[in-house]
Every structure is written in structure tokens, then in C-alpha cells.
Design a protein around this ligand. Structure first.
Ligand code: KG4
Ligand code: ZN
Length: 329
């Protein structure tokens, strides 16, 4: 079965071909226009998708050497995301699907991030814990099987990706903040400044990052770089406070569920410091990360999950709409 996946939930215009469980192409065009605004401007993002979608889809077909007439179905992100950008992708997918006379399958973006881990590790088996860490979500899930998802805990305020993005703004770095802070931390001492870790009560699986962000804001009010305290030390210490919190909560979730495996999903999974700390602290457990291009928003996860859903069946109708607040369950 050959599926074209389309992803436009935020500022990445992405398309991918999945054939019989294998990704043949994974094309992403990141809209750099937003960096000058320090965050994604929804209206501009929708217009950019409109401009880019034809080319991105053409390129992914070319790279995979698949013709439009070879496609069995199209899968497209239904939500969560920005309503305008989701609608752009969905309208494109429906138009193409109707033209070709093939089904159009709505895919949950969050479920896509989770299933990207099956591309990372073909031997991955249920059950497992999932740490879902993106720009809009920080959640811990107990994943028992496909569709059997139990929320263990989530953030009470900012998401981890948001803590990176807002922190980067305070530090005078660019957008998106995660990769910027990661780069700026190289060579810095992560133990130089102790930023607060909000671990809440002893067994809590909830998160809170707003206090950490405020503490960075106050710290930067009086900060002057010296030979013994550099900006690198500040960024590395801030990054470590986020990472420490995430690692501790994963540890608690594995203890609570008794599961042996944990997958890390979403853009923050690309963070090297997080990867290293999880491997170090939880060396006896099986921690799985997708490769970098499958951590941040991409369409490979949408085409891959689309194929699984199409095999299960039931996607004859195209009467579905964008769901900006779609949940995992
Ligand atoms: O999953 P994603 O690409 O989009 C959403 O669905 O939100 O996640 C985007 C988030 C942003 O907040 C970005 O700063 C963060 O992931 N991110 C990172 C890294 N790469 C992306 N955070 C930390 N380290 C990174 N290397
Ligand atoms: Zn995402």
C-alpha cells in the first residue's frame, strides 16, 4: 500500500511517501519567515503552506519515484494545531483525494509523534511509557496498545518546548528556542547556576515550567558576563533544569507503571542533553528516541500512521474537519 502523508499543523510544510511500512521520502520545508517575529504568525503560516504545498508534494513524489496514480490513499494531519494551517493541508488533501478517487485519512498529530518511534525501532512492542514533549504539549502517557492511551500527568502551565522558546527569547536567542539554547549551551557549565526544578509533590507526574522561566527572567535582569560566569553557563544551566525535571518524571512514570520501555516523542526529543541524561539515569531501561528528522514536525509520521489506519479501514468519507484542540483520547 502506498500513502502520501501531509502535515501542516504549524510552520512546517511537510509531505512524505510511505510504502508497506517503509518511508520512501520525507520532505520538510520549515518556514523561516517566522524567526523575525520570534514565534509563529498563524495567518502567515497558512499563506506559506498554500504557496509551498504543491512543490513539497511534487518533491516528495519525485524523490520516492512514485506517481500520483500509484497512491492508494492520502493521510493528513487533522489536529491539534493552528486551525488555518490545518485547514490548508486538509483542503489540499481532500482536493487531491477527490481528483484521484482515493480515500483521505485524518491523522492525529500527537499519535503521529508516538508512532514515529516505531520507525526508530522496528522491534518496539507495547506496552510503554511515552514522554510527549513538543511546543504545545508536555505529557506522560501509559500506552498499552494502539488506541489504549492513559494520561499519567501533564504540565499545569507551559510546555517544555515553550520553556525553551520563551527562555530563548529572554536570553536574546532566536526561534525556535530549543535548538538555539542547545547550540548556545555547548561548552557551558550546566551546574553553574541552580534554576528551580518544579517537581511538585513526591510522586507527582505533573509538570510546571512557568516558575523556571520567571526565575531566568529575574536572573537576567542583573546578569553581566564575566570570565567566571558566561552566557553559555546560563543557557546550559537553564537547559539542565528542564532536562532534570523531564528525566525525573520519566523515572517516576516507569516506576509507577512497571514498564521497561519509554519512548520520547515531539520536538524536544531532539535535545541531545535530554537524550544523554535519560540514557545515563535510566541505563537499565529501554529508552527510544526517533532520529532527529522524525522528532520535530514531519509528514513521515503522518504517512506511516495513515497506512496503519487505512489497513484497519473505515475511511471512505471525507466529511471530516480540522480539529485544532484534538486530544490523544
Ligand atoms: O513537535 P514540534 O516540532 O512541534 C509541535 O508539535 O509543537 O515541537 C516544537 C518544539 C519547539 O518548542 C522547539 O523549541 C522544540 O520543539 N525543539 C527543541 C529542539 N528542537 C526543537 N527543544 C530542545 N532541543 C532541541 N534540539
Ligand atoms: Zn509536533
Amino acid at each position: 500500500m502506498t500513502i502520501l502523508g501531509i502535515e501542516t499543523s504549524c510552520d512546517e510544510t511537510a509531505a512524505s511517501i510511505c510504502k508497506d511500512g517503509k518511508i520512501l521520502s520525507n520532505t520538510v520545508s520549515q518556514q523561516i519567515i517566522h524567526s523575525k517575529f520570534g514565534g509563529v504568525v498563524p495567518e502567515i503560516a497558512s499563506r506559506e503552506h498554500e504557496i509551498l504545498l504543491n512543490t513539497v508534494v511534487d518533491n516528495t513524489l519525485l524523490e520516492s519515484q512514485i506517481d500520483l496514480c500509484d497512491l492508494d490513499a492520502i493521510s493528513v494531519t487533522q489536529g491539534p494545531g493552528l486551525v488555518g494551517t490545518l485547514l490548508t493541508g486538509i483542503s489540499f488533501a481532500k482536493g487531491l483525494g477527490i481528483g484521484l478517487g482515493i480515500p483521505v485519512i485524518p491523522v492525529n498529530h500527537l499519535e503521529g509523534h508516538i508512532f514515529a518511534n516505531f520507525l526508530a525501532d522496528e522491534s518496539l512492542e507495547f506496552p510503554f511509557v511515552c514522554l510527549l514533549v513538543s511546543g504545545g504539549h508536555t505529557q506522560l502517557w501509559s500506552i498499552e496498545n494502539m488506541g489504549k492511551y492513559l494520561l499519567l500527568g501533564e504540565t499545569r502551565d507551559d510546555a517544555a518546548g515553550e520553556a525553551f522558546d520563551k527562555g530563548a527569547r529572554i536570553l536574546g536567542l532566536g526561534y525556535p528556542g530549543g535548538p538555539e539554547i542547545e547550540k548556545a549551551s555547548i561548552g557551558g557549565n550546566p551546574n553553574k547556576i541552580f534554576f528551580p526544578r518544579s517537581l511538585l509533590s513526591k510522586d507527582s507526574l505533573e509538570f510546571s515550567f512557568s516558575g523556571l522561566k520567571t526565575s531566568l527572567l529575574y536572573f537576567m535582569d542583573n546578569f553581566k558576563e564575566t570570565k567566571t560566569l558566561t552566557l553559555k553557563d546560563v543557557t546550559a544551566s537553564y537547559q539542565m533544569a528542564i532536562v532534570d525535571t523531564l528525566v525525573e518524571k520519566v523515572k517516576r512514570a516507569l516506576n509507577k507503571t512497571g514498564f521497561e520501555r519509554c519512548i520520547i516523542a515531539g520536538g524536544v526529543a531532539a535535545n541531545d542533553c535530554l537524550r544523554k541524561e535519560l540514557d545515563k539515569v535510566l541505563s537499565k531501561k529501554h529508552i527510544i528516541f526517533p532520529e532527529l528528522s522524525l522528532c520535530t514536525d514531519n509528514a513521515a509520521m503522518i504517512s506511516y500512521l495513515g497506512e496503519i489506519k487505512q489497513k484497519i479501514g473505515g475511511y471512505e468519507s471525507i466529511e471530516f474537519s480540522a480539529l485544532p484542540n484534538l486530544k490523544l483520547n
